[in-house]
Design a protein around this ligand. Sequence first.
Ligand SMILES: Cc1ncc(COP(=O)(O)O)c(C=O)c1O
Length: 460
Amino acid sequence: MDTVIPEEPDGALVTGRSERGDALRKRHGRTMDAATIHVYQDVGASRGNYLVDVDGNVLLDVYGHIASLPLGYGHPSWSEALRAGDYDWALAHRPALGVAPPAPWVDLVERAYLSVAPSGLDRLLLVGSGSEAVENAIKLAFLAKVGAVRGTAAGLSDALAAMANQQELPNRLGIASFEGGFHGRTLGSLSATRSRPLHKLDFPAFAWPVLPFPALRFPLDTFAAENAASEERALAAAEALFRQGTCAGVIVEPIQGEGGDRHASPSFFQQLRTLARTYGVLFLVDEVQTGGGATGTFWAHEAWGLADPPDFVVFSKKLQLGGVFFASTHAPSSSYRIFQTWLGDPFRAAQWDVCWRVIQHERLMEQVVRVGRALGQELERLVERWPRHLSSPRGAGTFRAVDCRDTAHRDTVVARARAVGLEIGGSGERSLRFRPALVFGRRHAEEAVGLLEAAVASAS
Ligand SMILES: Cc1ncc(COP(=O)(O)O)c(C=O)c1O
């Protein structure tokens, strides 16, 4: 039985009106980039899986604020917690958590975050966003690698070289990432991002190496030999690179999200992990988009069955803050090496605390597996009905995708979907991505595929 959200609409309903949204966009666009905005939301009216816009259009949301919405809209548990005063201490002001944290912060971190720590990783750094989390995971990896090569005690000449931006060892080392990977847009993380020129154009970058990603073709049975060969090639390239001794770390997404829902097999990741360990390259897993349950396990990398945990696991989105889990062996050897003013935010941590409680209480991870299987089957049948327009249904849990003919076709389908009441996103060159909240039920999956079919029909 799927979870029930009180007062959730029965279905999508498009009125066709857009005057209020248009007026807001015009005002907003005078000072900010409003071109990226899909709709202006009526927060009070949005409920469960349905996003209601300021013109009263009710959209079934399978995009979930770019995969960052754990419980959908207006879940009663949050307003109940606020009414009960459970988090009053977190509302007073935003504290500098590395200086004077409110006492309940320690409990909250243990309950909300350390309780979901990936196996083998017991240290935590909290920040604000996914990019910041990647950025700091990279810094932690450099501290670990440089510490291992040079020793943790830096001398005067190291300090002087650091002040001149001319440190020989760290500047010679790099972070390898995969073609098609997305790891954020801040200056450090951007050097690992490889999904689209748009993100990188005109910004300075580190000359860090890029590796081929297998990008499995679907259906897996049909392309078994080709896929095995492309994984072998990617692993051979990784080994050749790691052998050069110039990588501090390698960063990889369990499923490339932004880059087009591209997959690799558990065996690929197991072998990559082993190679990284063998050559002393730190293994960073970016679970910003995959973490938090949508793939059917809390962390997508749990499905790989690694004998040896990643060195760093990066998260954000559904967990409401950015952060990095890592093993105590990689903790900086001295304090204050990794630091910020906020180091998290009690209010956002409180929101995740409530979400995590509901996820467990309502058994939402089981729902994701059940509904994800049904959604996968529905998408396969949809592709069978539209073989010249759609292809490659794929995914894990409710984290799914299907390909359109090309970019123009995909963009038209996304626009038509919104016009019939489905808020869906694109990824990569020509994919449509499903990133619904964890309260996405069987009836929503059926409705979503029906609306998508209407969009595909109208775009053909
Ligand atoms: C895998 C991955 N890493 C990092 C990021 C960057 O996160 P943020 O946009 O919060 O900076 C994203 C955002 O989509 C992501 O999908």
